[in-house]
Design a protein around this ligand. Structure first.
Ligand SMILES: Nc1ncnc2c1ncn2[C@@H]1O[C@H](COP(=O)(O)OP(=O)(O)OP(=O)(O)O)[C@@H](O)[C@H]1O
Ligand code: SF4
Ligand SMILES: [Mg+2]
Length: 348
C-alpha cells in the first residue's frame, strides 16, 4: 500500500511563535524585575502519525514547551492549533476549560518518573480505571475487562491490576503509565524523558513498545529526550532547542548525517558511534562556557558566546529559522550554507 509521505500527512499540531515567560519578582513590593524566557518564539508542526523529537541540553525549554501544550504553563504568546478527530481546529493557547476536556482525552502524557506519577496508595485497576471513570468511557461491569485489555496491550498480565505500584520494576511501572495514557484512546502522546530513567535493556523494551503501539493505534508522538541515540531510533523528524528557541529542525537522517547548526554538531559529537575505527579517539566537541541563562539571553545569536564560528554579525543579529538546501531541513545560523560541520557518523 502507498504510505503517505511527511508532506502529504495531515497536520495534527501547528505551533506558531509560542512564548512562555516566567516573571522574576524582587524587592519589598515584589515588583517584576525581569523574565525567564523559557520558551521564546517556538514554531513547529507535527504530522499525524509521525514522531517528532525535541532535544537540547537541560534547561533549554523542552518541558516548558510540553507543559504549554498541556496548559500547565499557560502560554504568554503564540498559537497552538490542534486538529481534533472531527477535523475542527482548536487553539490550545486560548482554549477554555470546557474546550480542553476532550483535548485531555485525545492528548496524553507520559513522564520520566513513573514512581512519582503513580499514586502509591492506589491499585493498578484504580490508577487506570480512574481515567476511564472520570471520562465516562466504561460501565462498572466492563471496567475490569477494559483494564485487563490495556494491561495486555502494554505487555503486562491482567493479574497486575490487583497490585500497588511498589510491587513493580521501573520498566513495568512505565508500562502502567503508558496504559493509563492510552486508556481514553488518545491520538497524540507526549513522552517527556519517558525512557530516560530506565536501564539500557529496559529502555530498549519500552521504546519497542512505544513503536509497536504507534503502528497498531496510529499514534502521533512528541518525544522529548536528551538521549540522541534513542531519538535517532524512534523519531521521524527532530527539533533542536537552545535557550528557548528552535535552532535546527530536520528529518532525522538529514540532521544526524549533515547538521547545519554548530550547536547540533556539538550535541551529535557526543553520540557513541559503533565503529572500531573511532575507538579511543575523541570525536567530542566540548563547548566552552555554560548554557545561556534564559533570564539573560545573549544578544544576537544566543549561541554566539560558545560558537567557534561566531563573527561580529552573530553578536548583534538574531538568526531566524530558515530552510536549507536539504528538503525539510531548517536552521537558525547566519552561515548555515557555508559551514563544514561534522555529522554523527563522521570520524573526524
Ligand atoms: N515555573 C517556573 N518558574 C520560573 N522558571 C521556570 C519555571 N519552569 C521552568 N523554568 C525555567 O525555564 C527553563 C526551561 O526549563 P525546562 O524545564 O523547560 O527545561 P528542559 O529543557 O525540560 O530541561 P531538562 O532537560 O532538565 O528537563 C529553565 O531555566 C527553568 O529553570
Ligand atoms: S549564527 Fe553565528 S554564532 Fe550563531 S550558530 Fe551561526 S555561526 Fe555560530
Ligand atoms: Mg524537562
Amino acid at each position: 500500500m502507498l504510505q503517505p509521505t511527511n508532506e502529504t500527512r495531515e497536520r495534527l499540531l501547528e505551533i506558531d511563535n509560542l512564548k512562555v515567560h516566567f516573571p522574576i519578582r524582587a524587592g519589598l513590593f515584589n515588583r517584576v524585575v525581569g523574565h525567564v524566557k523559557a520558551v521564546d518564539g517556538v514554531s513547529f508542526h507535527i504530522n499525524a502519525g509521525e514522531t517528532l523529537g525535541l532535544v537540547g541540553e537541560s534547561g533549554c525549554g523542552k518541558s516548558t514547551t510540553t507543559r504549554a501544550l498541556l496548559r500547565v504553563n499557560p502560554p504568554t504568546e503564540g498559537t497552538i492549533n490542534y486538529r481534533q478527530a472531527d477535523g475542527a481546529v482548536v487553539d490550545l493557547a486560548k482554549a477554555n476549560q470546557e474546550q480542553m476536556i476532550p483535548i485531555y482525552r485525545d492528548m496524553r502524557a507520559v513522564f520520566q518518573d513513573p514512581q512519582a506519577s503513580l499514586n502509591p496508595r492506589m491499585r493498578v485497576i484504580d490508577i487506570i480505571g480512574e481515567v476511564l471513570k472520570v471520562n465516562h468511557l466504561v460501565s462498572a461491569a466492563d471496567l475490569e475487562s477494559r483494564v485487563a485489555e490495556l494491561l495486555q496491550k502494554v505487555g503486562l498480565r491482567p493479574e497486575a491490576m490487583g497490585r500497588f505500584p511498589h510491587a513493580f520494576s521501573g520498566g513495568e511501572r512505565q508500562r502502567i503509565s503508558i496504559a493509563r495514557a492510552l486508556a481514553p484512546n488518545p491520538r497524540f502522546v507526549i513522552a517527556d524523558e519517558a525512557v530516560s530513567a530506565l536501564d539500557v535493556s529496559v529502555r530498549a523494551q519500552i521504546i519497542n513498545l512505544l513503536q509497536d503501539l504507534q503502528s497498531e493505534l496510529g499514534l502521533t508522538y512528541l518525544f522529548v529526550s536528551h538521549d540522541l541515540s534513542v531519538v535517532r531510533h524512534i523519531c521521524d523528524r527532530v527539533a533542536v532547542m537552545y535557550v528557548g528557541r528552535i535552532v535546527e529542525m530536520a528529518p532525522v537522517d538529514s540532521l544526524f548525517e549533515r547538521p547545519r547548526h554548530p550547536y547540533t554538531e556539538a550535541l551529535l559529537s557526543a553520540v557513541p558511534v559503533a565503529n572500531p575505527a573511532v575507538k579511543g579517539r575523541s570525536r567530542r566537541i566540548r563547548l566552552p562556557g555554560d548554557v545561556a541563562d534564559p533570564a539573560n539571553v545573549p544578544s544576537g545569536c544566543p549561541f554566539h558566546p560558545r560558537c567557534r564560528f561566531a563573527t561580529d554579525r552573530c553578536k548583534t543579529e538574531l538568526p531566524q529559522l530558515q530552510p536549507t538546501a536539504s528538503p525539510g531541513h531548517q536552521t537558525a545560523c547566519h552561515y548555515a550554507d557555508s559551514l563544514e560541520l561534522r555529522g554523527a557518523f563522521d570520524l573526524q
